[in-house]
Design a protein around this ligand. Structure first.
Ligand code: SPV
Ligand code: MN
Length: 621
């Protein structure tokens, strides 16, 4: 260690760095300190006092404010920094490398020069926090150690709620340089604690160094290294090894009247029902956002949640639809709210089932109903993407296997899209390759609740498009290969909870997804027969009718079943053409390209055979 670095470390910090005995850690700190020029470095170990120090620091710096309920705090992000910044998140591309048109890149040398310029002195007068985490359970072959360097106590505190402590894991590395690292700074702050230079937000992903540099931002999806920044690095690592990193929840499904638990993962683009599926009443949750999947020794698929907390959307969380989470948000525990309205120490958000007050403090600053921002837009009470951050262990429905270093065996994978007029509510793929095809065809339709035009379909393969940092054909190939190595393959399903009738009303209610999921679980155990349709296997009416009666105490009419499970050939062909176009620019694996032809043929031959654009399930029996 150089004398220069030593000057920033007090005795305690020095001892913690020396104990790690890791040259790569010291080199990174040496470099970071010369670049960011903080006033001091605080090294945070796994000790409770160190962790509490960060918690208190977030209050002292004003990045978090205490609320009325014990343990609750509020953090505000800059008004213009309320969601992931896709435009300024780029992969640094070394000369001569190509990643394809789906991935936002910048020449590596140029990008590094730019961001190093912006990072020069960015922590002047500030305290640099150095934290160590484990992406995944401790003592697990799945897990990746990760180091976060930031001068934001909010970032360091959030990560404490969302990830497992990893100082001990770094000691176990015993000098090995194989870890991820992240450098973050919100940059200069204004009087309200917002990044002044948010116009210079940059998130540069350096695959060569397994690092991400993120500056002039505060929103957790941009600032927390361990969340979506690590997801990108892990996708790169997994794709050049033999496993998968996915934007997936993991849940334990508990069919009524049976003593088994069956684990499923699920990838859903935002607003397609991901968290609400993982939180279906009566089931257990292992994770709600990111999973690592591996081929296990016995040929089955195992997965872990690499997080240990939830950074969840708070909008529409209310006592009726989400009693578990609502209860969590209204009782004492360690919890960070972000971008909600605060009045008299109490948080208010959109869709909480209570009238918000006329005034308070929100992500804009002082709020009064009707106030407009600089663009003349009315400031919402709280942001639509306002969030809460909690430990998963706070939830009553957390799965007991969450910390299992071997993960859980996965028997089903769900790809959940959103459209009003095309896909059936649940469908099982014909085989693994067809399942990869279903995942690669995921689309979500914009709604009146999202900005922009209604009814526009956005494509996101495996709900992962924002995070894929390897050529898309490589990512697809890896999914195909992964399945071929599995002796006991999970079944793959697609879901669509959002079909509407001709008048624009939803055909199903929110809770009905429980039936689709229990049907899929039953399929994994051979409990139900299925109808082979041109799109895959669909349920028999009688099985669903019984599930609706026993599980939801609801009657399920044959008429509704026929409406929901009609195969809409025209719409499906249109979808196929849309998606095919997206995959036309790269050389995709042969089996994958073939899946498009086979799907088209299946649809066309059914259309021909039944002389109809709509094929009802009974026609297929
Ligand atoms: C998502 O948008 O997929 C999230 C929230 O899980 S963020 O951390 O912003 O990525
Ligand atoms: Mn996510």
């Amino acid at each position: 260690m150089t004398d220069h670095l030593r000057r920033f470390l007090d005795d305690a910090a020095l001892a913690k760095i020396i104990s790690l005995n890791n040259r790569h850690v010291t080199d990174i700190l040496e470099w970071a300190v010369r670049l960011c020029k903080p006033k001091k470095i605080t090294v945070v170990s796994d000790d409770p006092e160190d962790i509490d120090y960060v918690r208190q620091l977030a209050l002292q710096t004003g990045e978090e404010l205490p609320l009325a309920i014990e343990g609750h705090t509020i953090h505000f992000d800059n008004y213009r920094d309320q969601a992931r910044d896709k435009d300024h998140t780029r992969v640094l591309l070394p000369a001569g490398k190509k990643l394809g048109k789906h991935i936002n890149t910048i020449d590596r040398d140029k990008g590094l020069q730019e961001i190093f310029g912006l990072m020069d002195g960015i922590m002047q007068g500030k305290e640099m926090l150095v934290r160590f985490f484990s992406l995944g359970p401790r003592n697990s072959g799945f897990s990746i150690p990760a180091m976060q360097i930031t001068n934001s106590a909010y970032v360091a505190h959030s990560e404490d709620l969302l990830y497992r402590p990893g100082y001990g894991e770094f000691i176990k590395l015993n000098g090995n340089p194989d870890f991820f690292y992240f450098v973050h700074s919100a940059g200069e702050l204004d009087d309200q604690g917002h990044s002044k230079n948010d116009h210079l937000r940059r998130i540069y992903i350096d695959l060569e160094e397994n690092r991400v540099l993120s500056i002039n931002n505060q929103y957790a999806g941009n600032s927390l290294g361990l969340k979506k920044l690590a997801l990108r690095l892990a996708i790169n690592k997994a794709n050049y090894e033999d496993w998968l990193t996915e934007h997936m929840f993991i849940m334990g499904i508990h069919p009524p009247g049976k003593s088994r638990t069956t684990y499923f993962t699920g990838a859903f683009p935002s607003a397609c029902g991901k968290t609400s599926t993982a939180m279906i009443p009566g089931q257990t949750i292992v994770g709600d956002d990111i999973a690592y999947l591996r081929v296990w020794d016995d040929g089955s698929c195992h997965a872990v949640n690499i997080e240990s907390g939830i950074f969840g959307i708070i909008s529409d969380v209310n006592p009726v639809d989400d009693p578990l989470i609502y209860n969590c948000l209204t009782t004492p525990r360690e919890l960070i709210f972000s971008n909600v309205l605060i009045n008299n120490g109490k948080p208010y958000w959109i869709g909480m089932g209570q009238e918000a007050p006329e005034t308070g403090l929100n992500h804009f600053g002082r709020y009064e109903r009707g106030k407009k921002d600089e663009n003349g837009n009315e400031i919402p009470v709280a942001h639509k993407n306002a969030r809460y951050t909690i430990r998963l262990s706070e939830l009553d429905n957390v799965d007991p296997e969450m910390e299992n270093p071997d993960g859980v065996q996965i028997d089903g994978i769900i790809y959940g899209g959103r459209d009003s007029d095309t896909n059936v509510p649940v469908c099982q793929s014909l085989d693994w390759n067809h399942g990869v095809f279903l995942g690669a065809c995921l689309e979500s339709e914009t709604t009146a609740a999202t900005l922009g035009q209604e009814g526009v379909r956005k494509h996101s393969p495996m709900a992962n498009l924002d995070f894929v940092v390897v050529p898309l054909h490589r990512y697809i190939q890896n999914h195909l290969d992964f399945g071929h190595r599995l002796k006991k393959k999970p079944l793959i399903f697609s879901t669509n909870y959002f079909l509407k009738d001709d008048s624009g009303n939803y055909l199903t209610s929110k809770i009905d997804k429980k039936v689709w999921i229990l049907w899929a679980e039953g399929r994994a155990h051979g409990d139900f027969q299925a109808i082979e349709a041109p799109v895959g296997y669909i349920p028999y009416y009688t099985d669903l009718k019984i599930l609706f009666e026993t599980v939801l105490k609801k009657s399920f009419s044959l008429e509704l079943y026929r409406q929901l499970f009609a195969i809409r050939i025209d719409k499906l062909l249109q979808k196929l053409a849309r998606i095919e176009e997206i995959y036309s620019d790269e050389q995709f694996p042969e089996q994958f390209v073939a899946a498009f032809h086979v799907q088209r043929l299946r649809l066309l031959s059914a259309q021909e055979k039944y002389k109809s654009d709509i094929i009802y399930p009974e026609m297929l029996i």
